[in-house]
Every structure is written in structure tokens, then in C-alpha cells.
Design a binder for this molecule. Structure first.
Ligand SMILES: [Cu+2]
Length: 361
């Protein structure tokens, strides 16, 4: 058995598999690869990584080289007898203590310098964004513009962005691999992080700290836009929701009568008053939860922690059974509290709701 394990064919298969694994895991075109940095923060973190990587590789080659040389050169030969017995070598001992100490000191200095360098943004005038992590989605607030959105964080290309990170419940972690390393998001403690996107694009983010059942489905996107497009986006987000017409108007009625409005905010012409009255009706015995602001839902490309592309079919699927789409999510669980028959959605309710949601540009 043990002989077969080490047979040539096995070695070949394992070797080839490892090479394939290595190659597919290191392609920079992977959407969440740290090897394809798109801003100064991730770039300097990557540079540090490469320095440490090449230094480690050099050490590895030297040590394994000497080891292999010794194994082959001094192997037992027939009729050789007992080799010379050596007890320590002071010069060698000093050399292999001092050399690693120097190398580790150099790495420590570079690491600490990078940490301090990256502590604060380069610019005095960064764009401030507050990120609030919820089980299992991200809320983004732009205090400068009075905007609240979810899961898709728009930023202008070339401007430093400074994040304040807070949690509504448990520990999460904010991670956009192409733009910066991770930062934990801890309840009752505001952590900060900054980055800058030097090129336009969509950068995928991910909660990087286990935070409960739907942790793996807690993604988000950073969308970097040229300043002009960003300004347009801001103006769009600041407007109140469009007044719905046709099927969308039906959907707005369903939204207000089926409990959606209790959790979700849509800042529109008539919704505030309705919301307050509905809220009262639901307050007794029903825990309210925070939920994504839907005022400009249709301006986003994804939903439910960015795991679903925002299409008509996907939205219908979500409203038919949110638990099926994203197991454990709070809409499914808490909406269960509204599960008396008068709250159930019919297919025509769902079509109307989807028309309404897709009208919220
Ligand atoms: Cu998580």
C-alpha cells in the first residue's frame, strides 16, 4: 500500500494537479484577486507581500539546497564505516542566527512602515462613507450628500475614500481585495479604512469574518466612476423616489399594505406618512429590523448582499421565497412574523411589486 502511494504515476498526478491548482488560483483576472491591485493601498500591500515572498523563496532555496546536497553527498555508502563525529561549529551557529535576525528585522521595518503609511489617507479631503454591516448585507451612508444605499458603494475614480466601519450586530469584516486589505467591523467600535480606486470599474467585496448562517452570501461591490458620472449618481440618489404610474402604482399600494414598508424605506411623495401609520400597526409584538433602503433600488445592479443580479426574474424569485434564494436572511425570517394569510403575496402582487421596484431609478 505504502509503496503504491509513492509510485511514479501517483507522484506525476499529484504534481500535475498541484501545478494546475497553483496556476488557476493565481490568475490576476480573478474578480477577487489581491494580485491585481487597482489602487495605491492594495498596491503597497502587494509590494510588501512580494518582498517577503521573494526573500522567503531565497531562504527556502538555500536551505533546501544545502539539505539536499548534504543528503546526497554524505549518504551512507557500503563499507564506509563510522563517519567523523562533529559537535557544533561556533562560526556556523553565529552565521545562522545573525542572518535570519537581520532579514526579519528588515522585514519588520518595512512592514511597520507600510502599516503607518497606510493608516491615514494621502489627501486631506477624502470622501467620507459610513459603512454599517448588518447580518447579511452592507449599508452605505454618505454624510456629505445625505445618501443611504445598500451593497453597492459608488466612489469617484482618483479620490481617496475614507470609511467609518460600524456593525449593527456581530463582528463582520470589510474586504475589497483589489483595493485594500481587510478591516474587521466590530459592534460598538468604529474602525476606519481608506482606499482609492485609480481606474474605473466594478470591484467585488466580501464580508471576511464569519458572521452567521448567510456569511458566504454577504457580498458587496465598489463601483468606481469618473467624477462626472459620480456627480450624476449623487444627484440621482438625492432625489425623492419617482411617482409610480400604471402597474408600478399598483405595486406601491401592495408595498404599503403587505408590510414591506415596515422594514424598508422608500423616500417618496406619499410614503413617509403611510410608513408611520403602518409602522404603528405592526409595532406590537413584531421586532422591526433594518433593511436596505429601496428609494433608488433600480439604480443598483444587484441585490440581497449582491448575490443576485437585479433582473425581473430574479426579483420575482426573491419575493416568492427569499429564504430559498438566501437561506437564513432576515427578510425571510422576520417577514414570517407577518405571515398571516392577509399578508401573503399573490403572483399579481409580485408582478406589481417588481414593476414598482424597477421603476425606482
Ligand atoms: Cu460575514
Amino acid at each position: 500500500m505504502s509503496r503504491r502511494l509513492f509510485s511514479r504515476r501517483w507522484l506525476l498526478i499529484v504534481g500535475l494537479l498541484s501545478i494546475v491548482l497553483l496556476l488557476i488560483s493565481c490568475t490576476p483576472s480573478h474578480p477577487q484577486s489581491t494580485f491585481d491591485s487597482a489602487g495605491p493601498v492594495s498596491k503597497s500591500q502587494l509590494n510588501l507581500f512580494w518582498v517577503i515572498f521573494w526573500a522567503s523563496l531565497a531562504v527556502f532555496i538555500v536551505v533546501i539546497g544545502i539539505l539536499l546536497y548534504s543528503v546526497v553527498r554524505f549518504r551512507e555508502r557500503p563499507g564506509q564505516g563510522m563517519p567523523v563525529q562533529v559537535h557544533g561549529n561556533r562560526n556556523l551557529e553565529i552565521a545562522w542566527t545573525v542572518a535570519p535576525a537581520l532579514l526579519l528585522t528588515a522585514i519588520a521595518v518595512m512592514t511597520i512602515r507600510t502599516i503607518f503609511d497606510l493608516n491615514t489617507p494621502d489627501s486631506d479631503n477624502p470622501l467620507e462613507i459610513e459603512v454599517i454591516a448588518h447580518q447579511w448585507w452592507f449599508e452605505a451612508v454618505y454624510p456629505e450628500f445625505n445618501i443611504t444605499t445598500a451593497n453597492e458603494i459608488n466612489v469617484p475614480v482618483g479620490r481617496d475614500v475614507s470609511f467609518k466601519l460600524d456593525s449593527d450586530d456581530v463582528v463582520h469584516s470589510f474586504w475589497v481585495p483589489k483595493l485594500s486589505g481587510k478591516m474587521d467591523i466590530i459592534p460598538n467600535k468604529t474602525n476606519t479604512l481608506w482606499f482609492r480606486a485609480d481606474e474605473p470599474g466594478v470591484f467585488f467585496g466580501q464580508c471576511a469574518e464569519f458572521c452567521g448562517i448567510a456569511h458566504a452570501l454577504m457580498k458587496f461591490r465598489v463601483i468606481a466612476k469618473p467624477q462626472e458620472e459620480f456627480d450624476q449618481w449623487v444627484a440621482g440618489q438625492q432625489a425623492v423616489a419617482a411617482t409610480p404610474t400604471g402597474q408600478a402604482a399598483e405595486g406601491a399600494l401592495v408595498f404599503n399594505s403587505k408590510g414591506c414598508i415596515v422594514c424598508h424605506t422608500i423616500t417618496g411623495p406619499d410614503t413617509v406618512a403611510v410608513r408611520e401609520s403602518r409602522k404603528q400597526a405592526f409595532l406590537d409584538g413584531n421586532a422591526l429590523t433594518h433593511a436596505p433602503n429601496l428609494t433608488h433600488f433600480a439604480s443598483r445592479t444587484s441585490f440581497a448582499g449582491s448575490i443576485m443580479e437585479s433582473t425581473e426574474e430574479n426579483l420575482k424569485e426573491w419575493l416568492r421565497d427569499p429564504e430559498e434564494v438566501k437561506p437564513g436572511n432576515r427578510m425571510a425570517r422576520l417577514a414570517g412574523a407577518f405571515n398571516d394569510p392577509t399578508m401573503a403575496l399573490t403572483e399579481s402582487d409580485i408582478s406589481a411589486l417588481v414593476a414598482y421596484l424597477r421603476s425606482l431609478e
